[in-house]
Write a protein that binds this ligand. Structure first.
Ligand code: LLP
Length: 429
């Protein structure tokens, strides 16, 4: 490989001595590459966020639910949340015990609710009517309720999950009705939870939202836990020197609140957080290959095999992901690394999907890219594979894991054409 533009992965030793061009050749592209060392270190960062002793990190598996990934998260001593029977299923497969799984459901059917009850996981409901449904199905059980503290935050309006305009959580005004239903079905409220939104880079809104959550908690004297939610951000613009979240500051602000509340509440109640992105995003680089470069009117397009069916975040939220360039030796030409970097040009990097919104990076300043180059899309471990699809009947990619000793293992095989049609039932014409 010739390194054309590899600053971020070099600084983290992301590939642990492996050559991304070789990985792309061996496993094909697009390819999600996960680094075990980085994943483990992100788990540890949050496990040690506060000094408060009764503190649990529930990893939010919607960000990345690869089985091997979940096994590593579990081995770091984290618990998990789940949003669907499918997440509960894979989490159990990864070895999580039922009581280590927190099912935070939203508008589910009786069948789904019953599935969670039968699996014996902890259930949180997020409306008065779903509490009633839970009571009907499981009178006398433990249950948690998700509240909407009236404060939201997030990188895009589509990911703000609390506040006056969102569908999530119970408005605290309905606390009397919640209490009535708890009594009617003899339910035991063991916890309350919230999640204000995704991707904050300063902890202010998060810390502020905890005040209202704690006010709600004070109205229920017998809780086992309070779950403060996720949303911990990561710097997507690393090449520009964007700073990471200041966990030390955030931890100190939290610690103060947690200890104060425990003292007032009269017990060292369990506090949980529910991060998805912070744990997973930086552990993955998505590799793709450039197949075509063209000029269309005034624009230069770099066409690769990372369409929005592989990574939808840029198309869906205008999200930014850093892009690196790795060059196979055989395309070696006169230009060398330093010179090429100096020749950076504005290009739009696009995928292979039949939509003009299939854009991975718009008007991005990058060193000159050649056909055959391998691109590395940074910070792709959160909401990457989990939001991928088979749109245009394309195959979902493989995933590999770079172990801490540098060994590479396949953790998900690339789909085959047969996978696309395995559930189709032909007509007998
Ligand atoms: N807990 C609940 C109840 C959630 O709804 C979420 C995310 C999380 C925890 C984890 O949030 P995190 O720590 O990852 O920010 N697809 C979007 C993000 C959607 C987040 C939805 N809920 C994206 O790619 O930015």
């Amino acid at each position: 490989m010739r390194s054309v533009y590899t600053k971020v992965t070099d600084s983290m030793n992301f590939f642990e001595g492996n050559d991304p061009v070789e990985l792309a050749k061996t496993y094909g592209t697009p390819l999600y590459v996960c680094n075990e060392r980085i994943l483990r270190s992100r788990c540890r960062d949050l496990k040690h966020l506060v000094t408060y002793p009764n503190f649990v990190v529930d990893y939010s598996a919607k960000a990345n639910s690869n089985l091997a990934f979940l096994q590593i998260v579990r081995s770091e001593g984290l618990e998990v949340d789940a949003m669907s029977p499918g997440e509960i299923y894979v989490e159990k497969m990864a070895g999580f015990a039922p009581k280590e799984i927190f099912y935070i459901c939203n508008n589910v059917s009786e069948e789904e609710m019953q599935y969670a009850i039968d699996e014996d996981v902890i259930v949180s409901v997020d409306s008065v009517s779903q509490l009633e449904m839970f009571g009907r199905l499981a009178p006398g059980h433990d249950v948690a309720v998700r509240f909407n503290p009236g404060v939201g935050a997030g990188h895009h309006e589509k990911v703000v999950t609390a506040g006056k305009k969102t569908k999530f959580g119970v408005d605290p005004e309905f606390i009397p009705q919640v209490k009535e239903i708890l009594k009617k079905y003899d339910l035991h409220l063991i916890g309350i939870n919230q999640h204000i939104g995704s991707l904050f880079m300063t902890g202010d809104a998060f810390v502020k939202s905890i005040d209202s959550l704690l006010e709600i908690a004070a109205q229920f004297p017998d809780l086992d836990f309070i779950d403060m939610g996720g949303g911990f951000g990561i710097p997507y613009k690393k090449e520009d020197g964007e700073a990471p979240l200041d966990l030390k500051n955030l931890g100190e602000a939290l610690d103060k609140k947690l200890f104060e509340f425990a003292e007032k509440y009269g017990k060292m109640i369990k506090f949980r957080i529910e991060p998805g992105r912070y744990i997973s995003a930086e552990s993955n680089v998505l590799l793709g290959q450039v197949h075509s470069i063209k000029h269309n009117h005034d624009k230069k397009f770099v066409g690769c095999d990372i369409g929005f069916q592989v990574l939808i975040r840029p198309a869906m939220y205008d999200s930014y992901h850093g892009i690196e360039i790795y060059r196979p030796d055989e395309t070696k030409q006169a230009d060398e690394t330093a010179e090429t970097a100096a020749l950076a040009e504005l290009v739009t990097v696009v995928g292979n999907i039949c939509e003009s919104g299939d854009i991975l990076a718009k008007d991005r300043l990058l060193p000159p890219i050649k056909e055959g180059d391998i691109l590395g899309v940074l910070d792709a471990g959160a909401y990457g594979f989990t939001m991928s699809s088979n749109y245009n009947n394309r195959l979902r990619p493989a995933e590999i894991l770079i172990r801490e000793n540098g060994d590479v293992v396949l953790t998900r095989r690339r789909e085959k054409l047969e996978d696309l049609v395995k559930d189709l039932i032909p007509l007998d014409l």
